[in-house]
Design a protein around this ligand. Structure first.
Ligand SMILES: [Zn+2]
Length: 228
């Protein structure tokens, strides 16, 4: 029984980007583990970090990351995947103080990479997975780049997915040919949609509405992996 380990920067990226592929693997009897890197609850968020939950209608008293970890547990349960949550802080808790700052390169003072690399090396070793997947970092979110860099350092043959929904923006398409293209079956689409809908706190922000998420999923015919 082969084992896929998907390394997701945030609580939603793996499902959004390769949920159909993971669902197909699980349906065929394979094991799936989704390790999400930046999932730490940070006490008393302020500034941009607090704004990231307030703008989703969640008050300051809500443990935003606990809510999102529960969303991820539900999404993984759809396909029987194991969810692992690494307790590292998201970029808004590391000095990235605006939405544009998240997509404008790594700060010199952002010292998270050694801790991320160590946590990922442990996760890879513990899982003994046959296949390891991670983000290509299309869209240039700093957290996606950090995961890509840490993964490539730990496992040079890692396969990297096209980050969705970023890749659906025409100017973000990779120029290289994928090494694997998974055409989504009807079952894959249904499972992926069910997984994506679990991330309720992110749907309005990412897509505008559930209907828009559904339309975006309908427009994607395949999921693609690259080697770099
Ligand atoms: Zn992300």
């Amino acid at each position: 029984m082969s084992h896929i380990l998907a390394v997701s920067p945030h609580l939603d990226d793996a499902a959004f980007s390769i949920g159909g592929m993971l669902a197909a693997h699980a349906r065929g009897g394979g094991r799936v583990t989704i390790v999400t890197c930046f999932t730490a609850t940070m006490p008393d968020p302020a500034g941009f970090a607090l704004a990231c939950q307030l703008d989703k209608g969640l008050g300051p008293e809500v443990d935003y990351m606990a809510l999102r970890r529960a969303e991820d547990d539900a999404a993984c349960a759809v396909i029987g995947a194991r969810a692992i949550h690494l307790p590292l802080p998201e970029a808004p808790h590391r000095g990235y103080d605006s939405a544009p700052a998240l997509f404008a390169g790594r700060h010199a003072g952002d010292g998270i990479l050694p801790a991320l690399a160590a946590a990922l090396r442990d996760a890879l070793e513990d899982s003994a997975a046959d296949v390891v997947l991670g983000p290509l970092a299309i869209g240039d979110h700093v957290d996606h780049w950090l995961v890509r860099d840490a993964l490539l350092a730990a496992k040079p043959d890692v396969l990297l997915w096209e980050d969705w929904p970023y890749v659906a923006r025409v100017d973000r398409r990779p120029v290289a040919q994928p090494v694997r293209r998974h055409v989504l079956s009807e079952e894959d689409r249904a499972d992926k949609a069910e997984m994506c809908e679990c991330y309720a706190s992110q749907i309005g922000f990412q897509f505008g509405s559930r209907a828009a998420l559904s339309a975006a999923l309908d427009a994607a015919d395949s999921e693609r992996l690259h080697r770099v």
